[in-house]
Design a binder for this molecule. Structure first.
Ligand SMILES: Nc1nc2c([nH]c(=O)n2[C@H]2C[C@H](O)[C@@H](COP(=O)(O)OP(=O)(O)OP(=O)(O)O)O2)c(=O)[nH]1
Length: 253
């Protein structure tokens, strides 16, 4: 069965990458049927009886990376003509799909990066020391007394890692070295006046580099916990999907 794959790295959080992809539509002239829509990680569309094809499906997977959202797309189709004529038709369709997707993806990546500028992002650190990770308890606001990853909002023009280093300096009085990207979750609450479900929290594994004492300048409490203690804490609910990645990290180190 003919098939083409495409990979695009979009400078936008998962939610923006997904929402912009959907608002732009698909580069096919025929009506689309939505088969799957799992915001913000996956969707699948199909087109029936288009020009020259019997059917065509277009699936996308959106995954978080430290550099933005990776969008993996796959287009599968079947032609209605058998034999050599069918093979020729397939070649023509392949060229058409390639051209349509390339134009679509260039416009898409640019539109998502532009939209990302309007969405305030949150970054957090999973600070590890030995077999423990630092968790911080919020003080005040809608998540009063809930546990979270220390961090905060990325300021306009700032990149994620600079924001992370700055926030941890302000909140804990410590200098950190980010090590690796751990994961991204959708925040269902309002962040900086934005629509609920638009901002995401992106968390990096990090180490404290200056070896000094950590001080809770903005939190009610700081605690170093083991992997086994993680689940039982009263976390901000949106953070929970990140806990398996933190457990894995602690098991690996
Ligand atoms: N830092 C952090 N924020 C989280 C987590 N989970 C979660 O939903 N949030 C939400 C709570 C807030 O709505 C938002 C972060 O805002 P913040 O108040 O910590 O940011 P900030 O330090 O930049 O604060 P400010 O400018 O408002 O003073 O993200 C988490 O694990 N860590």
């Amino acid at each position: 069965m003919p098939q083409l794959r495409f990979t695009t790295l979009v400078e936008a959080p998962l939610t923006v990458a997904f929402d912009v992809a959907r608002s732009l539509g698909r580069p096919w002239g025929a009506p689309l049927e939505e088969l799957v829509s799992l915001r913000p990680v996956r969707d699948v569309y199909s087109v029936r009886a288009g020009r020259g094809w019997r059917w065509l499906t277009h699936s996308r997977r959106f995954s978080a990376t430290g550099a933005g959202t990776l969008v993996d797309e796959q287009v599968d189709w079947a032609t209605s003509v058998p034999g050599p004529l069918g093979r020729l038709l397939d070649l023509l369709l392949r060229r058409r799909v390639l051209r349509a997707m390339q134009a679509h993806l260039d416009a898409y990546a640019a539109a998502a990066a532009r939209r990302a500028l309007d969405v305030v992002q949150v970054v957090g650190a999973a600070l590890v020391d030995g077999d423990r990770v630092l968790v911080a308890r919020r003080s005040g606001g809608p998540y009063d007394r809930c546990w979270e990853f220390p961090g905060g909002k990325v300021e306009p023009g700032e990149d994620d890692l600079s924001a992370l280093v700055r926030e941890i300096g302000e909140e804990l009085g410590a200098r950190i070295a980010p090590q690796a990207f751990l994961g991204e979750v959708v925040l269902d609450g309002v962040v900086a006046g934005g629509a609920p479900g638009t901002s995401t929290l992106r968390v990096w594994w990090a180490r404290v580099v200056d070896g000094g004492q950590l001080t809770a300048h903005e939190h009610a409490e700081l605690r170093w916990v083991t992997a086994d203690e993680l689940e039982s804490l009263d976390w901000i609910p949106a953070d929970r999907p990140l806990l398996p990645a933190v457990r894995d990290l602690l098991a690996r180190l």
